[in-house]
Design a protein around this ligand. Structure first.
Ligand code: ADP
Ligand code: MG
Length: 607
């Protein structure tokens, strides 16, 4: 555990960058402040010593006022220096947190786009932003306190043994007992319990999130909270662990710890009573009393120091988990960006023996897949759900990079091209369209920021969005996602097509572009698709096999492998998977028609 803490600290100091020196200055000042803060106690002791020496002729004690002023001066100096120390550490801490955010963002910018599919953006933001601010407390306060307290303890240990080692040892004994009690609570097998307790807390909060997400389902099926067995189990687990941890593990050590921390004189008094007779015997009683006063005053500092260390230790633990979360982001895979990009020649797309396995998956999502799309051709990817169609499509704009083999655009491996140029060359419409909370105009313009209003309107019109614009209160300037202005799935899909049309890229990737289409939408979407795909290289995934009829080539993917390739007619003659799918599809369509042309979703099964 000790080693881990040190490495955490090293990691954190690494982020301080050019503010490392300031951090150390702050820590040094904090140590000085702590030592200054101890000096008034010594002054008080000096006063006591003088008084004892002249007792009972109090008026002969001349140095008392001087010591009083000195005590005051040291106290003030201690506060001022501590303030300066905190200024330094705060400045460094804020800079460090901002460095962490910047470096984290810079790193995430290099992650493949697919990474953001698997890691919700809210979670990422929370992880980076929240964790960065959590390190602030550690750097700004805890670390300064730890260094200061260590300095204080060192001085204390020396002073303890200067006057009377027996009474010094008695004071230290209390401190040691208190620290031992604390370790009994946190170390050894209890560390495992502590970890279990924290894991239970984690599980509970995750189950809670899951529960909130599932509320609609729960309500629809008329269930109660008790049906969320996982959540209930997590709460019960946590409460059992928490109870066990505090009753069986913490109760006694915590009581002992507090007793010894607050009652640091607990051993001092008996020891003093033991050695008092000897002091009286050899005539050094006055000195004995003086020393006793010193230790009595000093034992008060022991508890302060220990309390500070405890706080600092918990700050350390918090920061350690925060750093863990930051490291998680910093470990996000990055996409290699070539230093000498090659410009693609033309608009062909070729998959050469491509294998791809998602992180953590056992089986490849794509397994030695090869096919080619000539410039201007339309190639359809079909196959059962989970066959790898979406995965293949997302490799083209480098949402992910292949595990082996290569994807070529215009004869160049996509990893050898400039990512920006690649993005310019490929437009994609995916199943889950994300519309920003802004006007439709800006939503479409996002595809080509320089586009004029007229160009955007033309793209919307080409994408058959005119009826949407007519319906909306402010037409193209209507804000989406506010005041109850939402678009249906099919309408969103058409806006997404408008984006792709505006982008005017020579290669178009469409993933299940008709998936949301209801009967009224479908014809419009088909029309928009025709506009979008005219004269371009198209890779399309569609579960309505009617849309792939006109494709130049159909590639059938099943369980990550290419099982067939050819035109519609060729594949039908082949009489294998595609032929079966086609048969199923037709049966579904016929069934739909015989049901009086009513909209049914049976054709989904073909997917
Ligand atoms: P299709 O589009 O043909 O339905 P996909 O390409 O979406 O198939 O999925 C292929 C395989 O990869 C499936 O087994 C799926 O579970 C897996 N998969 C898809 N997306 C991810 C992801 N983001 N992370 C891990 N596995 C994934
Ligand atoms: Mg898919």
């Amino acid at each position: 555990m000790q080693e881990k803490k040190q490495s955490d600290l090293a990691v954190l100091l690494g982020y301080t960058g050019s503010y490392k020196a300031l951090t150390f200055l702050g820590l040094g000042l904090s140590a000085i402040a702590m030592v200054l803060g101890m000096l008034p106690y010594i002054c008080i002791w000096l006063v006591a010593r003088d008084l004892i020496a002249v007792a009972p002729n109090w008026t002969q004690a001349t140095g008392i006022a001087r010591y009083g002023w000195m005590a005051f001066a040291f106290a003030v100096a201690g506060i001022v220096v501590y303030f300066a120390a905190l200024m330094c550490t705060h400045l460094a801490a804020f800079r460090t947190a901002s460095n962490i955010r910047k470096q984290g963002m810079a790193h995430l910018m290099k992650a493949p786009l697919g990474y953001f599919d698997n890691n919700a953006s809210g979670l990422l933001r929370n992880r980076l932003d929240g964790a960065a601010s959590e390190t602030e407390t550690l750097l700004a306060h805890n670390l300064a306190d730890i260094v200061g307290t260590v300095a204080m303890v060192l001085v204390m240990v020396v002073l303890m043994f200067v006057f009377d080692w027996r009474m010094g040892a008695a004071c230290l004994l209390a401190a040691v007992a208190s620290v031992l009690a604390m370790f009994a609570m946190m170390g050894g097998k209890n560390a495992k319990l502590m970890a279990e307790y924290q894991a239970a807390q984690d599980t509970m909060s995750k189950a809670g999130t899951e529960y909130v997400r599932g509320i609609p389902v729960v309500k629809v099926f008329q269930q109660t909270v008790y049906s969320f067995r996982a959540f209930r189990q997590a709460i019960e687990d946590y409460s059992a662990k928490a109870e066990h941890y505090q009753a069986d593990v913490c109760k006694v050590p915590q009581a002992l710890n507090l007793t010894f921390t607050e009652g640091a004189f607990i051993f001092l008094v008996p020891v003093a009573l033991l050695i008092a007779p000897a002091a009286i015997g050899n005539g050094s009683f006055a000195q004995f009393v003086t020393n006793f006063v010193f230790y009595a005053v000093f034992s008060a500092i022991v508890s302060t120091a220990l309390a500070k260390i405890m706080f600092a230790a918990s700050g350390m633990m918090l920061a350690s988990t925060a750093l863990g979360r930051i490291e998680q982001d910093m470990r996000a895979p990055t996409m290699e960006i070539t230093k000498s990009p090659i410009a693609p020649k033309g608009n062909s797309v070729v998959f050469r023996d491509v294998c791809f396995t998602y992180e953590g998956a056992d089986v490849p999502a794509l397994d030695h897949v090869s096919f080619s799309v000539e410039p201007g051709q339309t190639v359809a990817l079909v196959g059962p759900s989970g066959g790898g169609k979406t995965t293949a499509a997302s490799l083209i704009p480098r949402f992910w990079d292949v595990t082996s083999g290569c994807v070529e655009v215009g004869g160049v491996d996509v990893r050898q091209t400039d990512p920006h140029a690649l993005m310019e060359q490929v437009a994609f419409v995916f199943q889950n369209t994300h519309l920003f909370k802004t006007s439709i105009l800006e939503n479409v313009r996002a595809a080509r920021p320089g586009a004029t209003r007229e160009q955007v309107l033309a793209a919307l019109s080409a994408a058959q969005c005119d009826d949407i614009l007519e319906k909306l209160p402010n037409g193209v300037d209507t804000l989406i996602g506010t005041d109850g202005t939402y678009l249906s799935g099919g309408e969103q899909q058409r806006v997404a097509l408008a984006r792709a049309i505006l982008k005017d890229a020579p290669i178009v990737v469409l993933d299940e572009a008709t998936a949301f289409a209801d009967p009224e939408n479908e014809a419009l979407i088909q029309q928009a698709l025709r506009k979008l795909t005219e004269g371009r290289t198209v890779i399309m995934i569609a579960h309505r096999l009617s849309t792939v009829l006109g494709a130049d080539k159909i590639v059938v993917l099943d369980e990550g492998r290419k099982v067939e390739e050819g035109t519609h007619d060729e594949l039908l003659r082949h009489g294998d998977l595609y032929a079966r799918m086609w048969e199923d599809y037709n049966r579904a369509v016929k069934w739909k028609i015989s049901a009086d042309g009513e909209a049914t979703q049976t054709d989904r099964e073909v997917k």
